[in-house]
Design a protein around this ligand. Sequence first.
Ligand code: A3P
Length: 289
Amino acid sequence: PTLRTLVPVHGVPLSIEIAENWEAVEHFQAQPDDLVISTYPKSGTTWASEIIDMIYSGGDHERCRRDTIYNRVPYLEFRIPGLPSGIEQLNATPSPRLVKTHLPIQLMPESFWEKNAKVIYFARNAKDVAVSYYFFHKIVTALPDPGPWDTFLDYYMKGDVGYGSWHEHVKGWWEKRHDYNILYLFYEDMKEDPKREIRKMLHFLEKEMSDDILEKIIYHTTFDVMKTNEMVNYKTIPNDVLDQTISPFMRKGIAGDWKNHFTVAQNEKFDEDYKWKMSGTDLHFRTEI
Ligand code: A3P
């Protein structure tokens, strides 16, 4: 059994709303100046998007995108009943567009590669993602109760969660990073030295920026500031959709919170499983900084 109504799309479990709309996703028309922000869920999508949106607005957060449904940047594949779909929103967005997605690389619409669009992939270590995804299941009413942590962790390790296996996701994007226009960044690095990492983004985007503006972006995208920013903290979403009284969307925002949740036994089992799933790749993660 899976944790929710997940439907395999080319073997990857996706929510039924996304699966039903799959043809529209597959045929999505990208533009050469689209910038894709790609992540496995709970890897800091909102954070990376806010940084990039501020880069696009020249550090002026008044000029950032105003949409609150999807935290400013539409998710390509999302369809929330009663709201415009990600694709409908994107089609109504003037270019240059920012496009969020959680899709594994093999499910990306071909059009992005044909147009040679740029992608910033933002990855976070598997253990912190597991914890963050667990709390997310508790607060999103459309997702079933994740049950006890131990049970959820088993589902997660097996890839029986939305968007499938974390391991496959991070490896898939990593392996193709030189074939396409992909900048691969890490949550833990951004935490450690945002200036260094944002400069990598600027270089990739071929944009220049003064140090003053860079500092402003760093300040506005710190966890504490974003936590109080209604445009990005999902507070405008009603409680019956996202119940932040249980746990805030901006929960902890640190590297290493997994240590407060994994037991020694769970950690050993996780490491064992991780070792063989990640064997043969030169992709390495830090689980603390
Ligand atoms: P935690 O649950 O560990 O706190 P996503 O946007 O992909 O759903 O990821 C959400 C995770 O990113 C949450 O992790 C959230 O707190 C964290 N996050 C959001 N904004 C952040 C920021 N400015 N700095 C660090 N972490 C941030």
